[in-house]
Write a protein that binds this ligand. Structure first.
Ligand code: SF4
Ligand code: SF4
Length: 358
């Protein structure tokens, strides 16, 4: 009976798609048997992808709404299902592993033995998955780099969607939680290279939800700005969804742990599928060849040129501005990349762009 439940869960997680969707390997079952207890697995299998009321989900499982609600609330507090508050009541939905369960479950920064075990099992599953499936080819960017605005050279075009402050100014509710990649690495006892963990940001309704249920916390606009300054100083890359009008999160990514950056660096020309639309330019009069920018550059896109001034490999450069924020001489400024396309406006436009490029 229990075995049948987890086999059904495999089919459910396959159908939800996304990176690391269900795969019939022993590492999948080792992970999901720890993630979901049998009654949670049963509820998960009944959850639709679109938000549904408790009565509908309860009817599918033959449980009372009260009983189903209790299990779902427990799951929601661990990031195992999605929750939306509507005027008509709370709605629940099934989540894929990514984006979804893997990110949500570590937001609260808990460090119990359960989380440590799950962090190890997720890693083992991802590695086994990649061995079977190979590296996923990225044909169209789902995510986008947001450049460090103060590094952009005067006279260049800066769209509002190019500026992190746009998102902080726009939303009243800003939530902050643990970067799931670095939190998972911490739980596995890995080196964090001095990178901060509790710095990933959420905006609007989703931020409220994550702060209420998953252990994130609400921050003021001032604190949000301070956090972003700290991220820039540490050399983290601001990253969000590749849309202009529907941004509800801002990750601050590093080269060692970030799932997205890791996948992108495996592509033949990483800078083409993950970019801000800006290139660094170097002032040879100011540069003292200290190589700080070369050390800070997350995709290793810089090398020292013959004139003792760094040169950039645009096939690798993300346009993040991390080199410019670290330059002690102020010798680097970001300039518009010629011909860079305007990102899709909405999530629907992004999905259409993804479909037409696949
Ligand atoms: S950090 Fe600045 S001064 Fe140092 S090598 Fe890079 S551009 Fe030159
Ligand atoms: S050279 Fe490196 S640090 Fe500078 S913008 Fe490009 S990717 Fe970022």
């Amino acid at each position: 009976m229990t075995q049948a439940l987890y086999r059904e869960l495999l089919e459910v997680m396959k159908s939800r798609g996304g990176p690391y969707a269900g795969l019939d390997i022993p590492e999948f079952f080792a992970l999901v048997e720890k993630l979901f207890d049998p009654e949670e697995a049963e509820i998960n299998n009944a959850l639709p992808r679109k938000p549904a009321p408790i009565e509908e989900i309860a009817a599918k499982t033959g449980r009372s709404p009260e009983e189903a609600s209790k299990i779902l609330e427990r799951m929601a507090s661990r990031g195992l299902c999605g929750v939306s508050r509507t005027p008509g009541g709370v709605l629940y939905r099934g989540l894929p592993f990514m984006p979804g369960i893997f990110e949500f479950m570590f937001i609260g920064g808990r460090e119990t033995e359960r989380e440590k075990t799950i962090a190890r099992l997720i890693n083992t599953y991802k590695k086994a998955y990649t061995t079977v499936r190979g590296v996923e080819k990225i044909a169209y960017p789902v995510t986008r780099v947001i450049p460090v605005a103060r590094t952009i050279k005067a006279g260049n075009t800066i769209h509002t969607y190019d500026q992190v402050m746009t998102y902080i100014d726009k939303y009243d509710f800003i939530g902050v939680g643990a970067c799931y990649c670095r939190q998972a690495a911490k739980l596995r006892g890995e080196e964090l290279h001095g990178m901060p963990v509790g710095v990933c940001m959420w905006f609007g309704d989703i931020a409220e939800n994550l702060s209420e249920r998953l252990g994130g916390r609400q921050v003021s606009k001032e604190e949000a700005k301070d956090i972003l300054d700290r991220c820039e100083e540490a050399g983290l890359i601001h990253m969000s969804r590749n849309t202009t009008d529907e941004i509800d999160f801002m990750c601050n990514c590093d080269r060692w742990h970030c799932e997205v950056v890791g996948q992108i660096l495996k592509q033949p020309r990483p800078g083409l599928v993950f970019n801000s639309g800006f290139d660094p330019s170097f002032d040879p009069e100011r540069c003292v060849a200290c190589e700080t920018c070369i050390e800070r550059c997350p995709p290793e896109a810089l090398r020292m040129g013959e004139a003792n001034v760094p040169v950039v490999n645009t096939d690798r450069c993300f346009g993040c501005g991390v080199c410019a924020t670290g330059c002690p001489e102020g010798a680097i400024a970001m300039e518009n990349k010629p011909g860079f396309p305007i990102p899709p406006k909405t999530v629907k436009d992004l999905v259409n762009a993804l479909k037409s490029s696949s």
